[in-house]
Structure formats: structure tokens, C-alpha cells
Design a protein around this ligand. Structure first.
Ligand code: DX5
Ligand code: ZN
Length: 214
């Protein structure tokens, strides 16, 4: 299991040190949640802060856009050379075009599905993607409860991926902990995002990340 701690639960007064610390603790990606206050009822960070995160990080960035105007935000963040840019299928009219644009910028395109959005809705997009991100909570906030039926969706998605693009990864985001990571692995998921579990772990970031390596 690859691990991407979500810095939404980091100490924002001490952000660069927290980013360095999760990288030193052995994470695979730094998950950056970008919210615009329209697509989701919350706002997070903009390009000035993401630039600082990119500078502090020694692992690649995994940028999760939760915004209405995906094109605008892709243009803002492409220069920071993240590994992935994930955009929500629910806010994009031309996902095929946007995925191809992200790829042409040298970044791996990924599409996000909200909890109610079926895996089948992106079957014909899979060959243009490097990853699909399944939301296991309603996007907008850290620390919410895991929605278990996402595991059924992950299994359906895995079948579609094997048919259309076997190299495409599946990532899960929301309510991930040591309590559900075994089931997550069993459902065929490759990358786990974890915010509150990692940043609030009593034994520290390294133990938290290791406890998710199933
Ligand atoms: C929610 C964000 C998540 C969030 C996860 O909209 O996309 O990345 O930080 O937080 P936890 O792991 O606490 O559910
Ligand atoms: Zn996220």
C-alpha cells in the first residue's frame, strides 16, 4: 500500500516542518487538498502556500482539486510539477479533454468520484488516466467517518481497470485508519490517503504510516 498523508490535518502554523516530517517518516506522496468554497463548503490553501509545501516536500505532491473551475486550478499548479493532479468528475464537463491536457503538461491525470458516483461513469475515461481517486467521505473536511460501500465500488472499478487500463492506480480518501486498511487492500486499492489518522497518531508519523503498510 502506498501512503499519501493529507496535510489538511497538519499544523498550518508549522506547515513546512510537518511536511518535512511526514516525508522523513517514509510517506510516498504528500496529499494536498485544494478547496474553492464552491464545489465544497470549505476553503483551504492557494498557490502561495502550495508552493511552500512543494519546496518543503522531499516526496512528490498528489494534488486533489475540489473546485468548480478545474482548468484554472490546473494552470495554477502545473508549474509546481506534482506527480498527480486529481479533479472531480462531478465538476468537469470535459473530463477527457482535461485529462489529456494534464498529461501533456507532464503530470499524471487522475479523476475523483464522490461517494454516490458510479465506477461505470468513467469506464471510457480510464485509458486517459493514471489513477482514480475514490472518496470514502463527502469531500470538504478531514476527520469524517468512512463510508463502507466504497469498497464495493472499488471492486467494480478494479474489473473495469483490468479491462481498459491495467496500469491505472486506485486511491482512496477519507476515514482511512488501521481499522479498515486490510479491507481497503483487499478491495484492490493501491494508494491510501490518511489525514487525521496520521497527524493525530499518538506514536507519531512513522508508526502511523507503518501501521497502514499492508
Ligand atoms: C476531504 C479530503 C481528505 C481529508 C481526509 O475532503 O479530501 O484528503 O483530508 O482526512 P481524513 O483522513 O481525516 O478523513
Ligand atoms: Zn483529499
Amino acid at each position: 500500500m502506498l501512503i499519501a498523508p493529507s496535510i489538511l490535518s497538519a499544523d498550518f502554523g508549522n506547515l513546512a516542518n510537518d511536511v518535512k516530517a511526514i516525508c522523513d517518516a517514509g510517506c510516498d506522496f504528500v496529499h494536498v487538498d485544494v478547496m474553492d468554497g464552491h464545489f465544497v463548503p470549505n476553503m483551504t490553501i492557494g498557490p502561495v502556500v502550495v508552493e511552500a509545501v512543494a519546496k518543503a516536500a522531499t516526496k512528490p505532491l498528489d494534488i486533489h482539486l475540489m473546485v468548480e473551475d478545474n482548468n484554472f486550478f490546473v494552470d495554477l499548479y502545473a508549474g509546481m510539477k506534482p506527480e498527480f493532479i486529481s479533479f472531480h468528475i462531478e465538476s468537469e464537463r470535459h473530463p477527457n479533454r482535461l485529462a489529456q491536457k494534464i498529461r501533456s503538461l507532464g503530470i499524471k491525470p487522475s479523476v475523483v468520484l464522490n461517494p454516490h458516483t458510479p465506477a461505470e461513469s468513467i469506464e471510457y475515461l480510464l485509458e486517459y488516466l493514471d489513477m482514480v481517486l475514490l472518496m470514502s467521505v463527502n469531500p470538504g473536511f478531514g476527520g469524517q467517518k468512512f463510508i463502507p460501500n466504497v469498497l464495493d465500488k472499488a471492486k467494480r472499478l478494479k474489473d473495469l481497470i483490468l479491462k481498459r487500463n491495467p496500469d491505472c492506480l486506485i486511491e482512496i480518501d477519507g476515514g482511512v485508519s488501521d481499522k479498515n486498511i486490510a479491507q481497503i487492500k483487499e478491495a484492490g486499492i493501491d494508494v491510501a490517503v490518511a489525514g487525521s489518522y496520521v497527524f493525530k497518531h499518538p506514536q507519531g508519523y512513522k508508526d502511523a504510516i507503518e501501521s497502514l503498510r499492508v
